[in-house]
Design a protein around this ligand. Structure first.
Ligand SMILES: NC(=O)c1ccc[n+]([C@@H]2O[C@H](COP(=O)([O-])OP(=O)(O)OC[C@H]3O[C@@H](n4cnc5c(N)ncnc54)[C@H](OP(=O)(O)O)[C@@H]3O)[C@@H](O)[C@H]2O)c1
Length: 294
């Protein structure tokens, strides 16, 4: 099986490359090899590579920056996935794509299912939703995995920021009124490998499994709860973690106040359920020092 992986140097993509390469020939691409804003070049790469599977872990993930660069964000988050899906529809390749809890407006009080109404409150969320819709419209064999609050030991993420700030400060002031599911991105990569393995039956992907799935760690917390647990597990208990309101930490982009994902569909279809967020955080901290590099 030949896989083309976009975003292979990103937080999720780095681990994905390692996982997928265990059972397939993986051709990884990042910005150095191809700028996804160049749609003609993207189409040429896919035509030349003729992959069985396209995995798209690339995205315009700078949520605040997207507010002042809607065109750039739409190019990477919506138009590039559309081009990938059109190529997949033409060749019969399977497209695996990642989306976000930020497609929801955060007004719910129970976890969002895949069927819940979307209503993004940011440019990033709107462009990611447009990417999902473009993939569905193109009619390609596809799996869209909506995930949330990703962190790991690489790249830029909340865990690494909190650990760095804990070295510099005695007090961390962290938003306590936004709720979600912190998710260790290595677990999403590992689950993607399992999904792919279960997708194939006699060499062809099982159409009954195509569609959109939520994938996140179990349980719910706030950014403040997450930061407090990081300090506890990392042994930084001298650092005070003070709860603040979203209103006290203004950002260019609005975030949903509640974006917990119901991941039951993934469990029913593939038998995959990620661990509770606290256990995953423990595992991630244990994994420090032996991370995949790309
Ligand atoms: N991070 C989260 O909290 C989170 C939450 C929910 C969903 N997601 C989704 O999960 C997926 C993976 O996210 P992640 O955290 O792994 O993101 P990431 O670390 O920012 O990785 C994204 C990758 O895409 C690449 N990329 C961006 N623009 C590009 C362009 N024009 N051409 C080529 N490559 C480009 C980036 O390269 P550069 O480094 O050169 O920019 C980077 O390697 C994305 O679909 C994201 O929307 C993320």
């Amino acid at each position: 099986m030949k896989i083309v992986l976009f975003g292979h140097a990103g937080q999720l993509g780095t681990r994905l490359h390692t996982v997928l390469a265990a059972n397939a020939e993986v051709r990884g691409f990042d910005r150095d090899q191809i700028d996804l804003a160049d749609l003609a070049q993207l189409r040429n790469v896919l035509a030349a590579e003729q992959p069985d599977v396209i995995v798209n872990a690339a995205a315009y993930t700078a949520v605040d920056q997207a507010e002042s660069d809607a065109t750039g964000a739409a190019r990477i988050n919506a138009e590039a996935p559309r081009a990938m899906a059109e190529a997949a529809a033409a060749s019969g390749a399977l497209l695996i794509h990642y989306s976000t809890d930020y497609v929801f407006d955060g007004s719910a009080t129970v976890p969002y299912t895949e069927e819940a109404a979307t209503a993004p409150v940011s440019v990033y969320g709107r462009t990611k939703l447009a990417g999902e819709q473009a993939i569905r419209t193109a009619g390609a064999p596809h799996i869209i995995l909506r995930t949330a609050w990703l962190y790991s030991n690489r790249g830029k993420n909340f865990l690494k920021t909190m650990l760095r700030l804990a070295e510099e400060r005695d007090e961390l002031r962290v938003v306590a009124d936004q709720f979600g599911c912190p998710t260790y991105s290595d677990l999403v990569a590992d689950a993607t490998g399992e999904i792919l393995a279960r997708m194939y039956d006699n060499g062809a992907p099982r159409a009954a499994l195509f569609g959109t799935y939520h994938i996140a760690c179990g349980g719910t917390t706030s950014w403040h709860g997450f930061a407090s647990k990081i300090m506890q597990l990392a042994g930084k208990t001298r650092v005070r973690v003070t709860p603040i309101a979203t209103a006290d930490y203004p950002t260019p982009a609005r975030r949903p106040m509640y974006s917990v994902l119901d991941c039951g569909k993934l469990a029913r279809a593939f038998g995959i359920r990620l661990p509770a967020w606290e256990d995953a955080l423990h595992a991630c901290l244990d994994d420090r020092g032996r991370i995949d590099q790309r």
